[in-house]
Design a protein around this ligand. Structure first.
Ligand code: SF4
Ligand code: SF4
Length: 344
């Protein structure tokens, strides 16, 4: 992998050049919350953010999208708006890059999702270092650094960013901005290693994922699932903010008095009461306890069996978003019989 360094003071210049690779979107702040948005000017970018409310998956699997239209006069009309739009997502954290790699497994292998895959091809990812806060546990989930899934990744070493080039497109961006980059020196490497080890010590949440699927297997009848069902509101906030959740619903929206309509897909949540409702009126997960249990089992046990890793990257969004304080780290540590000071 090619590694160079970029002076921090020249980041705005770099951002202005990479516009030739697509519309630049980055985290911006509004009333203390962060969200990825198209930048009007580089000064809006807040690369020191902790987490965005919605993860970058909103660019690849939008909350609502039209899959195709059907018209009596013209028949089937594919919906391709925005699919080919080129975007540069500037400042994606390692955990969210891991989450995209997980979505790649789901949408890019077996049944190929052309909508997701086209967007993935057209959206450039520039990753950036982060500082863990009280909700982060990406290190426990092995998602605190990214080896793949980005075009460039910027690691803070003081006055410069070490810039890891992940793809040919990343290399093109470096070539396009050539004089801004310089060779890495021995003292840069020393500083990188010092910061990397220092970062490991800053995590406040810790979770052991070794043999977690087995623990889940053993605790299928544990009382905690009923307790969580009593508490959970089935609001679905935890799924909506999760970078790895990918459940969606498909609906036909027919225009009244016509045979014309749109087929749309919309984000869904396994916490919603209707998620497991099927034709004939049977609901396989009627109770809130069965739904929250399903969410935990899918992420920490079923996904491991199918894809070899949990579908959680430890971003902490669900902890922050849950209105009744259900804390994934606290739940898992309780299942393990390990209490942690920072979780209820
Ligand atoms: S389950 Fe929670 S912590 Fe894990 S990836 Fe989803 S939102 Fe983040
Ligand atoms: S955010 Fe909390 S209350 Fe809402 S569905 Fe998720 S676990 Fe339940």
């Amino acid at each position: 992998m090619k590694i160079l360094k970029l002076e921090k003071g020249k980041l705005d210049l770099f951002a202005s050049v990479v516009q030739q690779f697509g519309e630049v979107h980055a985290p911006t702040e509004h009333e203390g919350k962060f969200s990825f948005k198209r930048l009007n000017s580089w000064s809006e970018a807040r690369l020191d953010y902790n987490r965005t409310v919605l993860p970058p998956r909103k660019y690849f699997l939008p909350p609502r999208e039209t899959l195709f239209k059907y018209r009596e006069a013209t028949g089937y009309v594919p919906a391709t708006e925005d699919l080919e739009k080129r975007v540069v997502l500037f400042g994606v954290h390692a955990c969210d890059i891991h989450a995209l790699n997980i979505l790649d497994e789901v949408f890019g292998k077996g049944y190929l999702d052309p909508y997701y895959l086209t967007r993935r091809k057209n959206i450039t990812i520039i990753g950036i270092d982060c500082t863990p806060d009280e909700h982060c546990f990406c290190r426990s989930m092995r998602a605190d650094f990214a080896e793949t899934g980005f075009d460039l990744f910027l690691k803070d070493i003081g006055d410069h960013y070490l810039t890891f080039v992940g793809t040919a497109r990343g290399d093109d961006m470096v070539i396009a901005t050539g004089p801004l980059f310089s060779e890495v020196t021995h003292s840069d490497i020393v500083e990188y290693k010092r910061r990397s080890s220092q970062k490991c010590d800053t995590f406040k949440l810790d979770l052991e994922i070794r043999d977690l699927p087995e623990i889940f297997e053993l605790e299928y009848q544990a009382d905690i699932w009923e307790e969580l069902g009593e508490k959970c509101l089935s609001c679905g906030n935890c799924s909506m903010v999760c970078p790895t959740c990918y459940c969606y619903d498909v609906a036909d929206e027919v225009k009244l008095g016509s045979h014309d309509g749109d087929r749309v897909r919309l984000w869904d949540s396994c916490l919603f009461a209707t998620h497991a409702l099927v034709a004939g009126g049977e609901n396989f997960r009627k109770t809130r306890s069965s739904r929250i249990k399903f969410r935990f089992y899918h992420k920490q046990r079923g996904f491991v069996a199918e894809y070899g890793r949990p579908s959680c990257v430890g971003c902490g969004r669900c902890i922050e978003a849950c209105p009744v304080g259900i804390n994934i780290v606290g739940v898992i540590n309780r299942l393990r019989g390990v209490e942690h000071a920072s979780t209820d």
